[in-house]
Design a protein. Structure first.
Length: 465
C-alpha cells in the first residue's frame, strides 16, 4: 500500500493507528502463530527469560531486567524493537512523533484544527522509535523529561504553557520504546518524575504541572543487588514496573561456547584460515565457569560472557602472529598461547580479597589449570597414555613454545610411543598445526595430573621427568 502523505489519505487507506503496546502484542501474536523467534541471537534463554518476556508483552507490562553484567540485558531490550511495526505515520515535523489521528502536543492539535485532512504526514522506521539512557546520578529531569526553554519564555509564552518545554529523551521517544540502563542510579527526584510520567501521565517542571499523555513502553535494567537495596529505588516506581525478569549466565558449556563463537570477531577478518580445536574452546568456556563459582572472585559483580569472547579472540590473535612470522598456512591456537588471556581477563573479574597473595594473574592461571584438567579428563584417562608417561620416565624431555614452528612438533610425535594414537583420538591429524596443538594439550594434561614436570623459562616450556 502506498504511504499516505496527509491525514486525509491516511483515513482513506484505513491505516490502523495502534498504541505501542497493541502494536507489540499484535506482532508477537503473529510471531507465536508462525513459530518465529522473537529474539534471534539470544542463546540459552528459550526456557527461562524469553517466556517471561512474551507474557509481559501480551499483558502490556512495563519490564525491568535484573541481572549481572554481560547477561545480554541491553541486547534483549534493543531486540524488542523488532516487535514494532516497520513504519508508522507521524505528524510531519513533530518533535514527539505525534499520532496524526490523535495528537497530544498543543502545536499539533492547533495544526490539526487549522489544516484538517490536509495535515502533512511523514513515516518513520522502527529504529527511530527506540531511545536509551545510561542512568547516572547526574542525569536530570531536563535530560529525561524536559525543561523550560528560556528563549520561548522570552518570546512571551507563559511558564505553564506546554509549548515552552524543550522536550527530553522520553517525550522524543513517544510512540516507541525507551530503555533506562542501571535504573537504581537515578536520583530520587528523577525517579519521581519518571513515576509521574508512567502512572499519572503528567510531569512537573519548575513547579508547573503539565499533562503529557505519552505512549511509551519503558523498559529498564538493573543489577539485582542495587535493585533490591532499600532506598535505591522509590517504592511507587518499583511497583510501576509490572514484571521483574531475571537474566542469568549460560547454564551449559554448550551455550557458553555458542555465544562465544557467535559474538567473537569473524574468522574471515583474519589474514589466514583459522581452526580452533574443540578442546581449546572448551578450556576457555570452563575457565569462565570456574571463575563464576570461585570464592576468590566477587560474584556480586559477576563474570561476563565477554571474558570468554575476549579470551577466544586473544588466543586466535596470538596464534595468528605466529602463523605470520613463521609463514604457516593456517592459524591454530595451542596451550602455549593461553598466556595471552591474562591481559584479556584482567579488569573483567573483581577480586574478593586484595593483597599480595591474591594477584589477579595467579588466579587466572589457577582457573586455567582447573579448566584444562576438566577438559583433559573428558578426552583421556591417564592409563590410556601410559606409554607416553613411560617415555618421559626413561629420562626424555620435550620443549614447546608459542613461537615454535608446527613442523618441529612432528619429529617428537613420531618418537614418543602412543602419542600419535592419542592425537588421532582427538581428530587432529589433519595438519601439523593441529597436531602441535593436540601435543601441547596432552603434555599439559599429564603435567596437571602430576605425571610430568614442567619448567617455564622465558617463552619456552620444557616437559620431562
Amino acid at each position: 500500500m502506498k504511504e499516505a502523505k496527509n491525514l486525509g489519505e491516511l483515513k482513506k487507506n484505513g491505516h490502523p493507528v495502534l498504541t505501542v503496546r497493541e502494536e507489540m502484542r499484535k506482532n508477537l501474536v503473529h510471531s507465536l502463530a508462525t513459530a518465529t523467534r522473537i529474539l534471534p541471537g539470544i542463546v540459552g534463554y528459550d526456557d527461562t527469560v524469553i517466556p517471561d518476556i512474551e507474557n509481559a508483552i501480551l499483558s502490556g507490562h512495563h519490564m525491568v531486567f535484573l541481572g549481572e553484567r554481560g547477561q545480554a540485558k541491553s541486547r534483549i531490550i534493543r531486540g524488542l524493537v523488532s516487535l514494532l511495526d516497520e513504519r508508522i505515520p507521524i505528524v510531519q515535523g513533530c518533535e514527539i512523533s505525534d499520532n496524526p489521528c490523535a495528537p497530544i502536543c498543543r502545536s499539533c492539535r492547533r495544526r490539526l484544527e487549522k489544516e484538517g485532512d490536509a495535515l502533512p504526514v511523514e513515516w518513520i522506521g522502527r529504529e527511530q522509535r527506540y531511545g536509551e539512557k545510561l542512568a547516572t546520578p547526574d542525569v536530570s529531569i531536563a535530560d529525561i523529561i524536559g525543561e523550560i526553554d528560556p528563549i520561548k519564555v522570552a518570546e512571551g509564552r507563559y511558564l505553564a504553557d506546554e509549548e515552552t518545554i524543550h522536550y527530553g529523551l522520553i517525550p522524543r521517544t513517544n510512540r516507541g520504546i525507551f530503555a533506562i540502563n542501571e535504573l537504581p542510579d537515578l536520583t530520587e527526584k528523577v525517579q519521581v518524575g519518571l513515576f509521574n510520567l508512567m502512572e499519572e501521565k503528567d510531569v512537573q517542571i519548575k513547579g508547573y504541572k503539565i499533562r503529557l499523555p505519552l505512549d511509551v513502553v519503558i523498559v529498564a535494567s538493573a543489577n539485582p543487588e542495587d535493585y533490591t537495596s532499600r532506598g535505591r529505588i522509590i517504592t511507587p516506581l518499583k511497583d510501576r514496573f509490572d514484571v521483574q525478569i531475571r537474566t542469568h549466565y549460560p547454564r551449559t558449556i554448550q551455550d557458553e561456547l555458542s555465544i562465544m563463537e557467535q559474538e567473537a570477531a569473524p574468522s574471515s577478518q583474519r589474514s589466514k584460515p583459522v581452526q580452533v580445536p574443540q578442546f581449546m574452546k572448551e578450556i576457555l568456556g570452563y575457565m569462565t565457569f570456574e571463575a563464576r563459582k570461585s570464592n576468590e572472585i566477587n560474584q556480586t559483580s559477576g563474570v561476563s560472557v565477554r571474558v570468554t569472547i575476549n579470551n577466544y579472540e586473544s588466543i586466535i590473535s596470538n596464534a595468528e602472529k605466529r602463523s605470520l612470522r613463521l609463514k604457516e598456512g593456517e592459524v591454530v591456537p595451542r596451550i602455549s598461547d593461553l598466556h595471552s588471556v591474562l591481559a584479556s581477563t584482567g579488569g573483567k573479574i573483581e577480586m574478593e580479597y586484595v593483597g599480595e597473595e591474591k594477584k589477579e594473574d595467579e588466579l587466572v592461571e589457577k582457573l586455567l589449570n582447573r579448566a584444562s584438567v576438566k577438559v583433559f579428563d573428558q578426552y583421556f584417562s591417564i592409563n590410556s597414555l601410559q606409554k607416553v608417561v613411560d617415555y618421559f620416565n626413561s629420562g626424555w624431555g620435550v620443549e614447546v613454545s608459542d613461537t615454535m614452528p608446527s613442523q618441529d612438533y612432528l619429529e617428537g610425535i613420531k618418537e614418543i610411543p602412543g602419542l600419535k594414537e592419542a592425537i588421532g583420538s582427538l581428530g587432529t591429524l589433519e595438519s601439523p598445526a593441529l597436531m602441535a596443538s593436540a601435543t601441547e594439550f596432552i603434555l599439559e594434561g599429564l603435567h596437571l595430573h602430576q605425571k610430568l614436570n614442567k619448567e617455564v623459562e622465558g617463552g619456552r616450556i620444557t616437559y620431562g621427568k
